[in-house]
Design a protein around this ligand. Structure first.
Ligand SMILES: NC(=O)c1ccc[n+]([C@@H]2O[C@H](COP(=O)([O-])OP(=O)(O)OC[C@H]3O[C@@H](n4cnc5c(N)ncnc54)[C@H](OP(=O)(O)O)[C@@H]3O)[C@@H](O)[C@H]2O)c1
Length: 260
Protein backbone atom coordinates (compact mmCIF):
# COMPACT_ATOMS: atom_id res chain seq x y z
CA UNK A 1 0.00 0.00 0.00
CA UNK A 2 1.24 3.48 -0.78
CA UNK A 3 1.99 5.27 2.47
CA UNK A 4 2.60 8.91 3.38
CA UNK A 5 5.97 9.14 5.10
CA UNK A 6 7.56 12.21 6.70
CA UNK A 7 11.36 12.09 7.01
CA UNK A 8 13.36 14.69 8.93
CA UNK A 9 17.02 15.21 8.08
CA UNK A 10 16.27 14.19 4.50
CA UNK A 11 18.66 16.60 2.77
CA UNK A 12 21.55 14.12 2.86
CA UNK A 13 22.99 10.97 4.42
CA UNK A 14 20.65 8.35 5.86
CA UNK A 15 17.50 10.50 5.51
CA UNK A 16 18.08 11.01 1.79
CA UNK A 17 18.77 7.29 1.36
CA UNK A 18 15.53 6.40 3.18
CA UNK A 19 13.67 8.83 0.90
CA UNK A 20 15.21 7.21 -2.15
CA UNK A 21 14.34 3.67 -0.99
CA UNK A 22 10.75 4.53 -0.01
CA UNK A 23 10.26 6.52 -3.22
CA UNK A 24 11.35 3.44 -5.17
CA UNK A 25 8.69 1.45 -3.25
CA UNK A 26 6.04 4.01 -4.28
CA UNK A 27 5.41 5.86 -1.02
CA UNK A 28 4.45 9.56 -0.94
CA UNK A 29 7.08 11.55 0.89
CA UNK A 30 7.54 14.75 2.84
CA UNK A 31 11.23 15.64 3.14
CA UNK A 32 12.35 18.06 5.85
CA UNK A 33 15.67 19.68 6.79
CA UNK A 34 17.08 23.21 7.06
CA UNK A 35 18.77 23.40 3.65
CA UNK A 36 16.14 24.00 0.96
CA UNK A 37 18.32 23.50 -2.13
CA UNK A 38 19.75 20.21 -0.82
CA UNK A 39 16.20 18.98 -0.13
CA UNK A 40 15.14 19.97 -3.64
CA UNK A 41 18.09 18.03 -5.08
CA UNK A 42 17.03 14.90 -3.19
CA UNK A 43 13.37 15.38 -4.18
CA UNK A 44 14.35 15.73 -7.86
CA UNK A 45 15.69 12.15 -7.84
CA UNK A 46 12.42 10.65 -6.52
CA UNK A 47 9.61 9.66 -8.87
CA UNK A 48 6.82 9.18 -6.30
CA UNK A 49 4.83 12.24 -5.04
CA UNK A 50 7.22 14.27 -2.87
CA UNK A 51 6.90 17.53 -0.96
CA UNK A 52 9.79 19.47 0.51
CA UNK A 53 9.40 21.43 3.77
CA UNK A 54 12.23 23.56 5.13
CA UNK A 55 12.27 23.16 8.90
CA UNK A 56 14.66 23.37 11.84
CA UNK A 57 13.54 20.46 14.02
CA UNK A 58 15.01 22.03 17.14
CA UNK A 59 12.06 24.46 16.92
CA UNK A 60 8.72 23.07 18.02
CA UNK A 61 6.79 25.48 15.78
CA UNK A 62 8.70 24.27 12.71
CA UNK A 63 7.90 20.64 13.55
CA UNK A 64 4.20 21.43 14.01
CA UNK A 65 4.23 23.28 10.66
CA UNK A 66 5.87 20.22 9.09
CA UNK A 67 2.97 18.08 10.36
CA UNK A 68 0.35 20.57 9.18
CA UNK A 69 1.88 20.96 5.71
CA UNK A 70 2.23 17.18 5.36
CA UNK A 71 -1.45 16.61 6.19
CA UNK A 72 -2.52 19.55 3.98
CA UNK A 73 -0.60 18.04 1.04
CA UNK A 74 -1.44 14.35 1.34
CA UNK A 75 -4.49 14.28 3.65
CA UNK A 76 -2.79 12.13 6.27
CA UNK A 77 0.54 10.85 7.61
CA UNK A 78 1.15 7.12 8.00
CA UNK A 79 4.79 7.09 9.11
CA UNK A 80 6.89 9.79 10.78
CA UNK A 81 10.66 9.26 10.83
CA UNK A 82 12.65 11.39 13.29
CA UNK A 83 16.00 11.04 11.56
CA UNK A 84 17.65 14.48 11.89
CA UNK A 85 20.58 14.34 14.28
CA UNK A 86 24.10 15.54 14.92
CA UNK A 87 27.23 14.17 16.58
CA UNK A 88 29.99 15.69 18.66
CA UNK A 89 33.71 15.13 19.04
CA UNK A 90 34.55 16.02 22.65
CA UNK A 91 35.35 13.90 25.72
CA UNK A 92 33.30 14.18 28.92
CA UNK A 93 35.76 16.36 30.85
CA UNK A 94 35.77 18.99 28.08
CA UNK A 95 32.02 19.23 27.55
CA UNK A 96 30.50 22.69 27.88
CA UNK A 97 26.89 23.53 28.72
CA UNK A 98 26.43 24.56 25.09
CA UNK A 99 27.74 21.19 23.86
CA UNK A 100 25.24 19.28 25.95
CA UNK A 101 22.39 21.66 25.12
CA UNK A 102 22.94 21.28 21.38
CA UNK A 103 23.13 17.48 21.60
CA UNK A 104 19.84 17.40 23.53
CA UNK A 105 18.15 19.93 21.24
CA UNK A 106 18.99 18.23 17.96
CA UNK A 107 18.92 14.57 19.02
CA UNK A 108 16.24 14.46 21.73
CA UNK A 109 13.93 17.49 21.72
CA UNK A 110 13.63 17.33 17.93
CA UNK A 111 12.22 13.80 18.16
CA UNK A 112 10.08 14.67 21.18
CA UNK A 113 8.52 17.53 19.17
CA UNK A 114 7.95 15.10 16.31
CA UNK A 115 6.28 12.50 18.52
CA UNK A 116 4.11 15.09 20.25
CA UNK A 117 3.12 16.61 16.91
CA UNK A 118 2.14 13.43 15.08
CA UNK A 119 0.87 10.92 17.66
CA UNK A 120 -2.44 12.77 18.25
CA UNK A 121 -3.03 12.50 14.46
CA UNK A 122 -2.25 8.76 14.66
CA UNK A 123 -4.66 8.43 17.61
CA UNK A 124 -7.44 10.04 15.60
CA UNK A 125 -6.82 7.61 12.75
CA UNK A 126 -6.22 4.61 15.03
CA UNK A 127 -2.95 3.77 13.29
CA UNK A 128 0.51 5.08 12.47
CA UNK A 129 4.21 4.44 12.94
CA UNK A 130 6.82 6.62 14.63
CA UNK A 131 10.42 5.68 13.84
CA UNK A 132 13.24 7.31 15.78
CA UNK A 133 16.73 7.01 14.32
CA UNK A 134 19.02 6.55 17.30
CA UNK A 135 22.46 4.95 17.38
CA UNK A 136 24.20 1.82 18.61
CA UNK A 137 26.08 4.29 20.87
CA UNK A 138 22.82 4.73 22.78
CA UNK A 139 23.01 1.07 23.78
CA UNK A 140 26.77 0.61 24.12
CA UNK A 141 28.91 3.76 24.66
CA UNK A 142 31.97 2.58 22.73
CA UNK A 143 33.15 5.94 21.37
CA UNK A 144 34.09 8.30 24.21
CA UNK A 145 34.65 11.35 21.95
CA UNK A 146 30.96 11.03 21.07
CA UNK A 147 30.04 11.13 24.80
CA UNK A 148 27.25 13.71 24.83
CA UNK A 149 25.83 12.31 21.60
CA UNK A 150 25.70 8.79 23.11
CA UNK A 151 23.97 10.24 26.16
CA UNK A 152 21.42 12.11 24.06
CA UNK A 153 20.63 9.05 21.95
CA UNK A 154 20.27 6.98 25.14
CA UNK A 155 17.67 9.51 26.27
CA UNK A 156 15.97 9.16 22.89
CA UNK A 157 15.82 5.37 23.34
CA UNK A 158 14.13 5.82 26.72
CA UNK A 159 11.54 8.28 25.43
CA UNK A 160 10.78 5.97 22.52
CA UNK A 161 10.28 2.92 24.75
CA UNK A 162 8.12 4.86 27.20
CA UNK A 163 5.87 6.24 24.44
CA UNK A 164 5.47 2.75 23.01
CA UNK A 165 4.36 1.36 26.38
CA UNK A 166 1.96 4.28 26.92
CA UNK A 167 0.22 3.60 23.58
CA UNK A 168 0.32 -0.19 23.56
CA UNK A 169 -2.96 -1.03 25.24
CA UNK A 170 -5.32 1.66 23.92
CA UNK A 171 -3.71 2.03 20.48
CA UNK A 172 -2.32 -1.34 19.37
CA UNK A 173 -2.04 -0.23 15.73
CA UNK A 174 0.25 2.69 16.52
CA UNK A 175 3.82 1.43 16.33
CA UNK A 176 6.82 3.16 17.90
CA UNK A 177 10.26 1.94 16.85
CA UNK A 178 13.85 2.86 17.49
CA UNK A 179 16.57 2.14 14.91
CA UNK A 180 20.18 1.86 16.09
CA UNK A 181 22.70 2.03 13.25
CA UNK A 182 26.40 1.46 13.88
CA UNK A 183 28.93 3.35 11.77
CA UNK A 184 27.42 4.58 8.50
CA UNK A 185 29.40 6.18 5.68
CA UNK A 186 27.74 9.61 5.51
CA UNK A 187 29.02 13.14 6.25
CA UNK A 188 27.85 12.70 9.88
CA UNK A 189 31.42 12.78 11.29
CA UNK A 190 32.33 15.91 9.33
CA UNK A 191 29.10 17.62 10.52
CA UNK A 192 29.77 16.75 14.19
CA UNK A 193 30.12 19.58 16.68
CA UNK A 194 33.83 20.12 17.34
CA UNK A 195 34.86 18.25 14.19
CA UNK A 196 37.57 19.86 12.10
CA UNK A 197 36.78 17.84 9.00
CA UNK A 198 36.03 14.39 7.70
CA UNK A 199 36.78 11.55 10.12
CA UNK A 200 37.67 8.28 8.40
CA UNK A 201 35.38 5.35 9.28
CA UNK A 202 36.86 3.39 12.19
CA UNK A 203 38.82 6.38 13.55
CA UNK A 204 36.79 6.39 16.75
CA UNK A 205 37.54 2.77 17.50
CA UNK A 206 34.34 0.93 16.54
CA UNK A 207 34.86 -2.80 16.09
CA UNK A 208 32.03 -2.81 13.51
CA UNK A 209 32.31 -2.67 9.75
CA UNK A 210 30.73 0.55 8.44
CA UNK A 211 27.49 0.32 6.48
CA UNK A 212 26.25 2.46 3.63
CA UNK A 213 23.26 4.77 4.04
CA UNK A 214 21.47 2.65 1.42
CA UNK A 215 21.89 -0.47 3.60
CA UNK A 216 20.42 1.36 6.58
CA UNK A 217 17.56 2.65 4.39
CA UNK A 218 16.62 -0.89 3.39
CA UNK A 219 16.38 -1.88 7.07
CA UNK A 220 14.15 1.14 7.78
CA UNK A 221 11.91 0.45 4.77
CA UNK A 222 11.50 -3.19 5.86
CA UNK A 223 10.74 -2.00 9.40
CA UNK A 224 7.77 -0.04 8.03
CA UNK A 225 6.46 -3.23 6.42
CA UNK A 226 7.05 -5.28 9.59
CA UNK A 227 7.16 -3.05 12.68
CA UNK A 228 9.23 -4.13 15.69
CA UNK A 229 10.09 -2.09 18.81
CA UNK A 230 13.86 -1.95 18.26
CA UNK A 231 16.25 -2.81 15.49
CA UNK A 232 20.00 -2.70 14.91
CA UNK A 233 21.00 -2.14 11.30
CA UNK A 234 24.48 -3.66 11.56
CA UNK A 235 24.61 -7.47 11.79
CA UNK A 236 27.48 -7.25 14.33
CA UNK A 237 25.55 -5.07 16.81
CA UNK A 238 23.47 -7.63 18.63
CA UNK A 239 26.41 -9.85 19.64
CA UNK A 240 28.41 -6.78 20.66
CA UNK A 241 25.58 -5.49 22.87
CA UNK A 242 25.16 -8.91 24.48
CA UNK A 243 28.88 -9.04 25.22
CA UNK A 244 28.77 -5.56 26.74
CA UNK A 245 25.92 -6.38 29.12
CA UNK A 246 27.44 -9.73 30.09
CA UNK A 247 30.51 -8.04 31.58
CA UNK A 248 31.07 -4.30 31.17
CA UNK A 249 34.55 -4.37 32.75
CA UNK A 250 35.78 -7.11 30.41
CA UNK A 251 34.25 -5.36 27.41
CA UNK A 252 35.97 -2.06 28.27
CA UNK A 253 39.32 -3.78 28.86
CA UNK A 254 39.05 -5.44 25.45
CA UNK A 255 38.17 -2.04 23.92
CA UNK A 256 41.36 -0.55 25.40
CA UNK A 257 43.51 -3.22 23.84
CA UNK A 258 41.66 -2.84 20.50
CA UNK A 259 42.44 0.88 20.34
CA UNK A 260 46.16 0.48 21.17
N1 LIG B 1 26.36 8.21 10.13
C1 LIG B 1 26.47 7.45 11.20
O1 LIG B 1 27.54 6.83 11.43
C2 LIG B 1 25.31 7.27 12.13
C3 LIG B 1 25.36 6.20 13.03
C4 LIG B 1 24.30 6.01 13.92
C5 LIG B 1 23.21 6.87 13.89
N2 LIG B 1 23.18 7.91 13.01
C6 LIG B 1 22.03 8.79 13.06
O2 LIG B 1 21.40 8.80 11.79
C7 LIG B 1 20.73 10.06 11.59
C8 LIG B 1 21.18 10.64 10.25
O3 LIG B 1 22.59 10.85 10.28
P1 LIG B 1 23.48 10.96 8.97
O4 LIG B 1 24.60 10.03 9.12
O5 LIG B 1 22.63 10.91 7.77
O6 LIG B 1 24.06 12.44 9.18
P2 LIG B 1 24.24 13.66 8.17
O7 LIG B 1 24.74 13.16 6.85
O8 LIG B 1 25.03 14.68 8.91
O9 LIG B 1 22.75 14.19 7.94
C9 LIG B 1 22.05 14.82 8.97
C10 LIG B 1 20.73 15.31 8.45
O10 LIG B 1 20.04 15.96 9.54
C11 LIG B 1 19.67 17.27 9.12
N3 LIG B 1 19.64 18.16 10.28
C12 LIG B 1 20.64 18.41 11.16
N4 LIG B 1 20.24 19.32 12.06
C13 LIG B 1 18.95 19.63 11.74
C14 LIG B 1 17.99 20.52 12.29
N5 LIG B 1 18.26 21.27 13.37
N6 LIG B 1 16.78 20.61 11.70
C15 LIG B 1 16.48 19.85 10.61
N7 LIG B 1 17.35 18.99 10.06
C16 LIG B 1 18.57 18.89 10.61
C17 LIG B 1 20.69 17.65 8.07
O11 LIG B 1 20.16 18.60 7.15
P3 LIG B 1 20.38 20.20 7.19
O12 LIG B 1 21.79 20.44 7.59
O13 LIG B 1 20.03 20.59 5.79
O14 LIG B 1 19.38 20.70 8.19
C18 LIG B 1 20.87 16.32 7.34
O15 LIG B 1 19.83 16.13 6.40
C19 LIG B 1 21.13 10.92 12.79
O16 LIG B 1 20.09 10.90 13.74
C20 LIG B 1 22.36 10.24 13.33
O17 LIG B 1 22.52 10.49 14.70
C21 LIG B 1 24.20 8.13 12.13
Amino acid sequence: MQRVVVITGASGGIGAAIASELGRRGDSLVLAARTADALERVAATISSPTRVVTADVTRRADVERLRDQSIATFGRVDVWINNAGKGILRPVLELTDEDLDEMIDVNVKSALYGMQAIVPHFMQRGRGHVINISSFLARVPIASPRSAYSAAKAALNSLTANLRVDLQRAHPDIHVSVVMPGLVTTDFAAHARGSTGPVPPGAIGSPMQPQTAAEVATVVADLIDRPVPEIYTNPASSALATRYFEDVARFEREGQSRSR
